[in-house]
Design a protein around this ligand. Structure first.
Ligand SMILES: [Mn+2]
Length: 330
């Protein structure tokens, strides 16, 4: 048996907290079907400060398929994530609550129609009442980020908005396979809205490289620089300081030895610790992070590690958004 989480059976020495105290014997092995498996009082819409929007969209994937199953796999794995976090010295989710929205049903008319739908949905959530303090969007393929950034820009002053983009791919093509809303164009569409800071890039075409060099609004930390140390974090801090930030995490930006479950894996990439340092820098320096996304998980049958990594990452990001760390783990 694992030591944390769900063994709340009678007579335990450890006081039951969070989801444990609400679980009877029957639910012990089946926490509720929501992000982190939280009980109603922590997951209802009016009380939760963090919301999760699952977007199981997959239409323009160019290599390995399966991102449509990403959101469900992240939610399934999240129900096994330990709620207690040493960095915060508490169960963050028990402090802020997490509401899991219904899956956003994809619009398959065209990628442009889907991006419009995502934009509407995100803008509606951010302007709604109640509204989350942080919205976690679960992909699905990376193309959805083009809709997310437009939705944010409609809801918050766009002059203050910047994007931090962790990815193996520059995603700076103006179009790919005839489509402007391909996953390979995500960063280019974001640039039409605001500046972007890319981290972990190790796959870029000649055309994208030329474009990047000529564009003042793109900053790039290539994978080898990100692997060489933490000096780039100072530039990142400067980029996000005092801004509203949308953090978009394409999981293929991570080293594929820890994150093989992606459609287009690339050798090299960020470690788990390096990605968390990026996140800590962003959340510490930004004025606010109203939205982040974690995209491109393509679950591999029988392999739980990547799903669990993605779930733990989403939990960590919302915790950093809403709570101050109690101890330094850097
Ligand atoms: Mn990518």
């Amino acid at each position: 048996m694992e030591s944390g989480g769900r063994e709340s059976g009678g007579g335990g020495l450890v006081a039951a907290t969070g989801r444990e105290k609400h679980m009877g014997k029957r639910e012990l092995y089946q926490p509720p079907w929501n992000f982190l498996g939280l009980p109603a009082e922590l997951s209802n819409r009016s009380a939760a400060r963090a919301w999760v929007l699952p977007v199981p969209y997959e239409a323009t994937t160019s290599y390995g398929a399966g991102t449509r199953d990403g959101p469900a796999a992240i939610i399934a794995a999240s129900r096994q994530v330990e709620l207690f976090d040493r960095e915060f010295g508490c169960e963050p989710a028990s402090k802020f609550g997490v509401h899991t929205m219904d899956m956003m049903w994809p619009a398959f008319d065209s990628p442009a129609a889907m991006m419009g739908a995502v934009e509407e949905t995100v803008a509606g959530i951010l302007r709604g009442s109640p509204a989350p303090e942080v919205l976690a969007v679960l992909g699905g393929e990376h193309s959805i980020s083009a809709g997310v950034v437009r939705g944010i820009a409609r809801a918050v002053p766009s002059k203050e908005l910047v994007v931090v983009h962790e990815d193996a791919h520059a995603d700076l093509r103006d179009e790919y396979e005839g489509c402007r809303f391909s996953h390979a164009c995500a960063a280019r569409r974001i640039l039409e809205v605001c500046p972007i800071f890319q981290i972990g890039i190790r796959n870029i075409s000649e055309g994208e490289e030329k474009f990047r060099r000529g564009c003042r609004d793109v900053r790039t930390v290539f994978a080898e620089e990100a692997a060489a140390g933490r000096r780039f974090l100072e530039r990142l801090a400067e980029f996000v300081r005092g801004k509203r930030v949308y953090l978009t995490v394409d999981l293929d930006g991570l080293d594929p030895s820890i994150m093989p479950a992606v459609g287009t894996p690339e050798p090299g990439g960020l470690s788990w610790e390096a990605l968390l340092d990026v996140a800590r820098t962003v959340f510490r320096e930004a004025k606010r992070v109203p939205v982040f996304d974690v995209v491109e998980l393509a679950p591999m049958p029988g392999m739980r590690g990547p799903d669990f990594l993605a779930a733990k990452l989403v939990y960590k990001l919302m915790s950093l958004a809403l709570l101050k760390p109690a101890r330094r783990v850097l």
